[in-house]
Design a protein around this ligand. Sequence first.
Ligand code: HEC
Ligand code: HEC
Length: 289
Amino acid sequence: MAHNVEKDAVTGVDTTGHEWDGIKELNNPLPRWWLWTFYITVLWSIGYWIVYPAWPLVSSYTEGVFGYSSRQEVMDRIAEAKEAQSAYLGKIEAASLEEIRSDSELLNFALAGGRSAFAVNCSQCHGQGAQGFVGYPNLNDDAWIWGGKPDEIMHTINFGIRNEHEDSRYSEMPAFGRDGLLERPQIEAVVEYVLKLSGQEHNADLLESGERIFENECAACHGPNGEGIQDTGAPRLSDSIWLYGGDRQTIRETVNNSRYGVMPAWIDRLDEATIKQLAVYVHSLGGGE
Ligand code: HEC
Ligand code: HEC
């Protein structure tokens, strides 16, 4: 069809000689530089196939003469990191909490490990920042139900609270209303007294009987002035920090039905080094004793 080639009047370029329904095609070949670049990339890719893993086979792949594997590279790095960690973990396992806290290198390692173990195991109940929720204590403040010294924190983590473990921390506030231990008016009175202890508005007329009931029924666990007793896990009532809530209605509910906060034991789920790191981390959150 070459004989149909003609010069296009507008562009001055030859046509290819093809024609479809009166439409002709200009003959604009690819620029040389483009074509050569293209050939070079083809050659490059062949070289790449030879030296690097490239083609999938039925159950494997062409490995390439360099034998490179990105998976192996990741594995090597993980192994390296584990190796570096295991030295620290061994030291943490052997050291007391005091020793960990006084060695800045170990301490930094423990805080980082504790933070990530907390995010995985504890944050669903205590919150991502350990700020707590209703019924789940805030671990950032210096109000401790069971104790805020490193050893006490570790004991809580190891054995948990009100669970099946034989060494679990345990105590149970009576359900004064539900079990008929106190009459309704007595409960009303002691609630007013708790409101007073925590510095809130209260009905002064009920304080006298409320105080008497508190001394008889509550002080053994919560302390004579409602300051809380860690041995019984009875929270302080004379401040504005509440586990369940400090308004009249919530206090009444607590006294009527009591509560039964449960935390699992971790001693059989986490290794010792992890629990130590958690104890050091929780202790560092701000309120450690
Ligand atoms: C299933 C929910 C749950 C999980 C998970 C949990 N906790 Fe708790 N934790 C609680 C509850 C509930 C209490 C308070 C129990 C009570 O009323 O005394 C508590 C109390 C504590 C206390 C005592 C606070 C104090 O004032 O004495 C510490 C410390 C603690 N948790 C740390 C942890 C750590 C660390 C983890 C993760 C390894 C964890 N908890 C995981 C529910 C949980
Ligand atoms: C046997 C010990 C015991 C006795 C007696 C007891 N408590 Fe408690 N109290 C506890 C414990 C333990 C808790 C925490 C319960 C939990 O976390 O599940 C608690 C929690 C509370 C709370 C909730 C505090 C908060 O931060 O939300 C209030 C309010 C309270 N008690 C008031 C009383 C009053 C009022 C009495 C007396 C009528 C009383 N308690 C008697 C052990 C006791």
